[in-house]
Design a protein around this ligand. Sequence first.
Ligand code: ARG
Length: 455
Amino acid sequence: MTGYTTHHFEAASRYTVSVGYDRRLYEHDIAGSVAHARMLGRQGIISEADADAIVEGLDAVRREIADGAFSWREDLEDLHMNIETRLHELIGEPAARLHTARSRNDQVATATRLYVRDAIDRVTALLRALQGTLLALAEREQDALLPGYTHLQRAQPVPFAHHMLAYFEMFDRDADRLADARRRVNVLPLGSGALAGAPYPLDREWVARELGFDAISANSMDAVSDRDYAVEFLAASATCMMHCSRLAEEIVLWMSHEFGYLQLGRQWVTGSSIMPQKRNPDFAEIARGKTGRVYGSLVGLLTTLKGLPLTYNRDLQEDKEGLFDAVDTLEATLDAMRGMMSDCSVNAERMREAAEDSALLATDMADYLVGKGVPFRDAHAAVSALCELAAERGVAVTALPLDEMQARCSAFDEGVRELNALASATARDVPGGASPARVREALAAAKTRLEASRG
Ligand code: ARG
């Protein structure tokens, strides 16, 4: 017995070989096989003695693989055939009974779902750690104010903590999306056979419980051809990478001389091979850059699935490489983002200087006129004209002579000199707003939520 090859192996057949990458699923594949063999024994479909021999043999195979002692064979195409063939070498005849009432179609779907479930749990833990780091940074820099931007133009002063909490929310939604996807990932396809089920008295519920699945699939044809769970995982991953990329972009901007808001620890910057003065934010740039490949995996899989008739088609084997690459990319990126944010120094002085740019008080000047009974649109027009005047003269808009202000709007008085960056943020005292008191509350609430999510 050399192996269960389904056709003669020639150079051309390399085209269909997947063992080079699908061997990553070995633990999940073996877990599925162990549960299946036990169930076959319990149901009297195979003898208990054979089931025991299979389970023991699979354990030996698992150890060989873990120790790097296993020799993978390309002529056996995929990991399933490699493992089964090795099992046969080790235990003989009982191995040939393992595949009773099973097809590689429901087998691979089971292993891949187990793999995605584990990946979701690891990614979620990394997301929670990153959120914790953002909270710690927000807390440490509670007094820092910086300009909030729209159109990358200085808009209104906001606490730095408010800015960090915005990313906390994004990553919170990412974790929520993963948890939601996990419910649909965690469904057992095994027992669906090749496509129509199996002519044996299977106990699918028992297998589901053994493997920690919440439910069994309701339709065998759907179960062997469905890859929605991978699409959903990739969509959540792509969204999470997009968030990482946005934060990375802020790091890149803030590290520039033009902003000078942030300095990353030495570990997270790289020198230039030619320009000695450079401290480049390469990690942040790579995070931004790697986002594209995760989008690629998502679009790649959607494209593979489009137009496939029911049920299993070999195209489905193409689900794996993009999925694995997305998992690796996302895990490495979340870890780098956490590393950067936990090892950076904030230049609060520089931020405050920028936040105190009087142009940022334009909205407050308008609101101040509204407080004196001026309709907002009129106030807006008056302040807009004054901003232009101040810009022409190169002076602060709040420092223009009072008579010139009053020429645009008679409601101006000396009270306008009291406007400042901190007062501007403090005034935004609405739920979800940027006032330091609200931000302190939001920070405490975020901490409670994060702790609750960690259970
Ligand atoms: N390597 C295959 C895959 O990943 C396993 C299933 C093969 N099934 C089949 N009928 N050829 O999809």
